[in-house]
Ligand binder design. Structure first.
Ligand code: FES
Length: 117
């Protein structure tokens, strides 16, 4: 129980097999939403909303290491979050992912302890 302060907080997203190859799954935590990807390069996670407008990237299409937003077809590089094709011009935040014991985990920044209601 002595986790380092800058160690991410790991949250279970699902089980291996819950995300098909070349697919993406939405993961919500509190009022935040994330997108978790299963690519040929492994699992990755980014913010869940497109940086262009309000569209869930989990509704988009994974092609290799690219996610294409379903709304206006903006494209991002999944491993780095880099915006690759207009109208997406602002990069996505990315988060670490690990697989342990058949579970997929996303590593999110720790919130300050004792946050109020
Ligand atoms: S909302 Fe994603 S490209 Fe416009």
């Amino acid at each position: 129980m002595n986790g380092a302060v800058n160690e991410p907080q790991w949250h279970v997203v699902g089980s291996v097999g819950d995300i098909d190859d070349e697919d993406v799954m939405r993961f919500d935590l509190g009022d935040a939403t994330y997108a978790v990807y299963n690519t040929s390069q492994g699992y990755f996670a980014t913010d869940g909303m497109c940086t262009h407008e309000e569209s869930h990237l989990a509704d988009g299409f994974v092609e290799g290491d690219i996610i294409e937003c379903s709304y206006h077809l903006g494209r991002f590089h999944i491993p780095t979050g880099q915006a690759r094709d207009a109208p997406a011009i602002v990069d996505l935040a990315t988060y670490p992912v690990k697989v342990e014991g058949g579970k997929i985990y996303i590593g999110l920044p720790r919130r300050g302890s004792g946050g109020g209601a």
